[in-house]
Design a protein around this ligand. Structure first.
Ligand code: SF4
Ligand code: SF4
Length: 360
């Protein structure tokens, strides 16, 4: 059974969260994961321009300093996005990161966009999954010796929740890889609900939506050939007229993300550690240009060497804190457990775990 270490949000003099992160790293055995002179990718998400709930720079800086203390060489990383936003190429991505306070100076380590200038730098990795035999992983992640994953727990419109598995799987896929993961998600417009407000047109990064018809018959229509399956329109339609809640395709997307996560960690068996930050847990992910109010009170940070166990423990802690199924309450038509079940089946880790609190 995997151990998951848990630091709650309570702090006191000389034992703030930065200190507690050090204790978590010690308990998780970071010195066994990271060897002397290892090049260590610290995978995070710098937040889309406008979002505010991403992991604070001070916590990432602490992770960087712990890696340096082990005489290893850390770099902080993420890969470009599929959609047109503030992080779709490396230049914009670095500028967006800097705007949120993430720079070499503040982090104490360089930032390297893992899939290069335009998302074309990737390595094909064999995963022998149920859906994909090979995946396209951002090259800097593949070439790193070890992987330290810092994930902010959020709800997610396509996967129910997004944390370590999504941070690694979707997050370290190259642009082509992200396209592959999204390709089965093709939303449709419910014409009866559509008011032709055109909000979805503004947000669609692929120009796949148009308004057709006249007068009361004027409705949004999605060109399924142009749609890249990013799912943005499903959230931006406040009339609830666009549904991507096709459980089969969403299940496929979740399983592909797991296969990508397997690819990103391949060759790094025993060389990965995961820190999930259960702080300001928003209903939608940090890829949006806003951060909504949290859906549950802040919980703390969990850490493990098992990516499945750390996710399961994070979700259990959320539900325990809220006294209800938090993700199920937001995305009730989605079976968000699919990614955990499949990750366990693919051998990424185990859903049973022992929670070890580090506070008294
Ligand atoms: S945002 Fe919704 S209501 Fe507005 S045009 Fe698009 S589908 Fe119709
Ligand atoms: S999912 Fe929606 S927003 Fe994304 S490309 Fe398709 S139609 Fe456009």
């Amino acid at each position: 059974m995997a151990e998951v270490f848990f630091a709650n949000t309570r702090c006191k003099p000389h034992r703030g969260m930065e200190v507690k992160l050090g204790e978590l790293a010690e308990r998780v055995g970071l010195s066994e994961v990271i060897g002397r002179r290892d090049i260590v990718a610290i995978k995070t998400h710098f937040g889309e321009a406008g979002s505010t709930a991403f992991i604070p720079v001070l916590y990432l800086r602490r992770l960087v300093s712990m890696v340096k203390d082990l005489n290893a060489k850390p770099f902080v990383t993420d890969a470009g996005t599929l959609y047109v936003g503030s992080r779709s190429n490396a230049i914009n991505h670095l500028l967006a990161a800097a705007a949120h306070g993430f720079t070499q100076e503040t982090l104490g380590a360089p930032i390297i966009i893992a899939d290069g200038l335009k998302g074309h730098d990737f390595v094909e990795v064999g995963v022998d999954g149920e859906l994909l035999s090979k995946v396209k992983i951002a090259s800097a992640a593949v070439h790193a010796d070890a992987l330290l994953v810092a994930s902010h727990m959020t709800g997610h419109e396509l996967t129910g929740f997004g944390c370590a598995i999504k941070n690694v799987g979707m997050g370290l896929g190259s642009r082509g890889g992200k396209q592959q993961m999204h390709s089965d998600i093709k939303p449709n417009v419910n014409a009866e609900k559509c008011t032709a407000c055109a909000e979805c047109l503004r947000w669609c990064p692929a120009g796949a939506i148009s308004l057709e018809g006249k007068g009361k018959e004027r409705k949004a229509v999605i060109d399924q050939d142009k749609c890249i399956g990013c799912g943005e329109c499903t959230v931006m339609c406040f009339e609830g007229a666009i549904a991507a809640r096709l459980s089969t395709s969403l299940d496929v997307a979740q399983r592909k993300i797991v296969e990508y996560a397997k690819g990103a960690m391949k060759g790094k068996e025993g060389k990965c550690a995961f820190f999930n930050f259960l702080l300001h847990i928003t209903p939608a992910c940090d890829c949006w240009d806003f951060s909504d109010a949290p859906v549950v009170e802040d919980i703390g940070v969990v850490a493990s060497r098992d990516i499945v166990a750390v996710e399961q423990a994070s979700l259990d802690l959320m539900n325990e804190k809220a006294g209800k199924d938090v993700i199920g309450g937001i995305y009730n038509a989605m079976d968000w457990t699919a990614q955990l079940e499949y990750a366990e089946r693919m051998g990424l880790g185990r859903r049973d775990y022992e929670l070890v609190p580090i506070d008294e």
